[in-house]
Design a protein around this ligand. Sequence first.
Ligand SMILES: [Zn+2]
Length: 251
Amino acid sequence: MTQEKTEAVVLRSVDFSNTSRIVTFITPNRGKVACIARGVRRKGNRQDPLLDTMNRLEILYYWKDGRNVQQLGDIALLDSYPKLKRDLERGAYAAFPLEVALKAIHENEPAELPYGALVQGLELLGQQSEEPRLAVCRLVMQMLGACGFAPEMDCCVRCGAVVPPAPGFSMEGGVVCRDCRYDRRLSRDAYTVLRLWCMEDADPEVTPALLALHDPRPALSAELFAVISRYAAYQLDTSFRSVRVIYDMFP
Ligand SMILES: [Zn+2]
């Protein structure tokens, strides 16, 4: 058994026995890590409030190979994202990338890129200047890209042909030409922004997509959110509770 200390974000916390919780973290070096936090549900426990979903912590745990649930030791709060938790809309949107992390990131595999994207994205989402729906769309695309689920955005994913400025889009993997089967059409603007977001992974100097975030147009962000949430669900073979909540609360 080795003692490991790392930064981590709380993805999920589930009651276990009368006094404990199983907490799932995302960490840069070990990806997803589930830990048992013993005794935290006892009255007056000081650790328990720190284990709130979305909190960024420094954690110490006792790692043992082959064990599904590790034992949690000391924890310290780094950020509780009060701006997101106080704001109903931003808080609801923030739940989506956390759910993506839970599904897309594996256990005991390095996850530096998606971890970095998540922490930076949550920070941005808390800023009033950011339109929450667009900020979350970009964050989820970055996380999908960092986990190997980036869609093909240049050539038709079915036949390799050049795609028109407002191409089709297939949930199986990216843009589609006029002659091949697609799930939905992308508007010219949505295609431009999605393509730039995908390119950002390869070249961090590409900033026009960031500019798009500062010129929010409701129709564009609604289209991007619809495409990205459906694409993420298809690719990760799941349905996102957070997305249903977002549509219920902010139709
Ligand atoms: Zn085609």
